[in-house]
Design a binder for this molecule. Sequence first.
Ligand code: AP5
Length: 223
Amino acid sequence: MSELNLILLGPPGAGKGTQADRLKDDFGLPYIGTGDLLRKHKEDATELGTEAASYMANGDLVPDGLVIRMILEEIEEKGDDGFLLDGYPRSAGQAEALADALEEAGRKLTAAMLIDADDATVIQRLSGRRQCRNGHLYHVDFDPPKNEDGFCDIDGTRLVQRDDDKPATIGKRLVTYHEKTEPLIDYYDERGLLRRFDGSRAPAEVHDHIRATLATLRLEERL
Ligand code: AP5
């Protein structure tokens, strides 16, 4: 079996989306971003999106019952030959649900990739993050657009700040992360699946490190 079944773990703003964007092209992996999917549901005013909206605005996790089904359906639909999960799992219940679903399908997780960064870095990154409506990411100081201030280099649309990137919500998201998601680091470490990456380094360096690790893992899967 040489499929790569990967999850990206780490605090908000550590750079999971930034790295996922590069990795899905490198390895041709279907990308399943939980936050993006939930925001799309919210935009489309589906029942799920409407229910999830208040949790997201408060920096809380959307209840497991809503998220688990959405993600398992996505994996079933797109992830036959591997997947890159960003933002799932984020709780013990979600991790168990994923493990059960993979076991049932005779598959296994290749690695849980932790991109780590401390709280001060996260706050600085999230407060300066801007994105266009097609999800292209920028930072007002670290990665500003090159062509026109406030507009996306790729599609020319206006850059906006996410609702949950306001200071009070960033603080709450960090509390939620430490309480509910950080315990998953031990969960995956105990199962020999954890791979750690220093998210405080420059995006290209983090990318090189992850790519090298994944190339080795893929080789090991083939042996
Ligand atoms: P989600 O959209 O998944 O947000 P998140 O995990 O909080 O992660 P972010 O997207 O904020 O950060 P990131 O790590 O992707 O960083 P990025 O690459 O953008 O979730 C949003 C909400 O949805 C949650 O709060 C929750 O309510 C709900 N939700 C989602 N999943 C759920 C689940 N499984 N269960 C329940 N609820 C769920 O980078 C950040 C900034 O830093 C950018 O500006 C970027 O340009 C810059 N940057 C990135 N890397 C670097 C670097 N190495 N150096 C300098 N700058 C960098």
